[in-house]
Design a protein around this ligand. Structure first.
Ligand code: NAP
Ligand code: HSE
Length: 437
């Protein structure tokens, strides 16, 4: 180690990076006292792109550099914190840190889910850990819960609301009647969204987090190309209002479910859940992860899933652990896959009830035509809903909602492709799963 304090090289001083600085300034002494002097950290280098930018925290100018590799190569740096995002420069930075045997702390779920196999292999080879508490569910200590607190449990089920931006947008659309673009702008202004919000709204940010949770829980690295993902970007106020009339709210949910045959079902998509379910009241930037372990039973982790200090709080918990690992090499503990036989459930085999909205030309036999196609593949209808506009009861085009009993996704997809060929169908059917949690 360089000197009595553990030196931190911080790559990125945006929303989260500047939060890390602020909390260390405020609570560095507290961390030191709590650890009985074992953890004393100091930021020694900060990499950013633009030295002229006004920052949300006052760090001395002489710490700043625009050369990312300075945060690895500076001899006073013992631990590298990657908070720049993306999967290219961040990959190179983390690889360089591991090769220099400097432990890494990151909140970069996209990088770990997409290129974790390479980085975790390098981490094992170099006997140097990657810590990533901030990568899933912001401030909620869910990674340590799975790795440490639940180590004695077979994890049977994880259901999570794990993207703060989507959850915030859905709530603002539901409760304030905002349109999608206005709600997204608010989430960006509040620092919840990624620099490029595409991954937040297309479901992939949540899916990356689910991939990390699933990999930790089940011991094999889940390949993102095998994961079914849908986002919130096409959700309309119409479906939110129909959901509400039927007793549901719309949430972006991620599932990691162990099936009886040992395969793992993993998917992320906007779903209907009963307004009475506890997850229905998880609002705004809050995340919740419900975990069922065979020993523990059900438990719920709840807290802020994004934003400056909640996320920095997780980064600092990793920093403390990384600092300890430097003093005691035996406590090194990142993630290593331990199963080679892990399998995923094909999405066509997954089963739930469904809400399907068809936009149709109001002509004779429409309901019969759709019902016949559904029945042909064995799908049962549990209800229908077709509101008539009182100002225009003879409208030529109408919205028709079908609620389906629990069924496999495969036959439903086949049936929907056939329904789309009907002359009376005027748009692609809108499909939501109805989850019984
Ligand atoms: P951000 O506000 O956009 O900050 C990114 C920082 O990285 C900026 O300071 C930027 O410099 C710097 N940077 C980017 N590319 C660089 C490069 N090539 N060389 C040097 N500096 C570079 O992002 P953020 O919201 O803090 O997120 C950072 C990471 O944390 C991401 O992986 C994100 O997914 C993750 N995360 C974020 C949250 C959240 O609530 N925001 C929560 C959990 C995890 P400039 O300032 O000069 O542009
Ligand atoms: N953009 C992410 C979210 C940040 O909204 O949840 C936390 O990972």
């Amino acid at each position: 180690m360089s000197c009595s304090k553990t030196g931190i090289g911080l790559a990125g001083f945006g929303t989260v990076g500047s939060g890390v600085w602020k909390i260390i300034e405020r609570n560095g002494g507290l961390i030191n006292s709590r650890s009985q002097g074992a953890i004393s950290i100091a930021i020694r280098k900060i990499a950013v792109r633009d030295l002229t930018k006004t920052r949300g925290a006052d760090a001395p100018n002489d710490l700043f550099t625009t050369n990312l590799m300075d945060v690895v190569e500076d001899p006073s740096v013992d631990i590298v914190v990657e908070l720049i995002g993306g999967t290219t420069a961040a990959f190179d930075l983390i690889a360089a840190a591991l090769k220099a045997q400097k432990p890494v702390v990151t909140g970069n779920k996209a990088l770990l889910a997409e290129r974790g196999a390479e980085l975790f292999a390098l981490s094992a080879e170099m006997k140097t850990s990657i810590y990533f508490e901030a990568a899933v569910a912001g401030g909620i200590p869910i990674i340590k819960a799975i790795q440490e607190s639940l180590i004695g449990n077979q994890i049977e089920d994880i259901v999570g609301i794990i993207n703060g931006t989507s959850n915030y947008i859905l709530q603002r659309m539901t409760e304030a009647g905002l349109g999608y673009p206005e709600a997204l702008k608010e989430a960006k202004d509040l620092g919840y969204a990624e620099a490029d919000e595409t991954l937040d709204v297309n479901g992939w940010d949540a899916a990356h987090k689910a991939i990390l949770l699933g990999s930790l829980a089940h011991g094999f690295l889940i390949d993102p190309t095998d994961v079914y993902v849908r986002g919130i970007e096409k959700i309309t106020p119409l479906d939110i209002s129909f959901a509400s009339n039927l007793g549901y709210v719309v949430k972006l949910l991620s599932f990691v479910r162990l099936k009886e045959n040992g395969a793992v079902e993993i998917r992320t998509q906007p779903s209907f859940i009963s307004k009475k379910h506890i997850l229905a009241s998880v609002n705004g930037v809050f995340n919740a992860v419900a975990i069922k372990g065979d020993g523990l039973g059900e438990s719920l982790f709840y807290g802020r899933g994004a934003g400056q200090e909640p996320t920095a709080s997780s980064v600092i918990s990793d920093l403390a652990e990384a600092a300890r690992s430097i003093r005691n090499a035996d406590s090194n503990r990142g993630f290593l896959p331990h199963r080679s036989d892990g399998q995923l459930v094909p999405i066509a085999e997954t089963e739930t009830s469904y809400y399907i909205r068809f936009s149709v030309k109001d002509q004779l036999g429409v309901i019969a035509d759709i019902s016949r196609i559904l029945a042909d593949v064995g799908l049962g209808i549990s209800g229908t809903h077709s509101p008539v506009d009182p100002d225009n009861p003879d409208a030529e085009f109408v919205e028709m909602v079908f609620l389906l009993h629990s069924c496999r996704f495969g036959p439903l997809k086949t049936a929907l492709a056939k329904v789309e060929e009907l002359d009376c169908i005027t748009a692609r059917p809108v499909v939501f799963r109805i989850e019984k949690l």
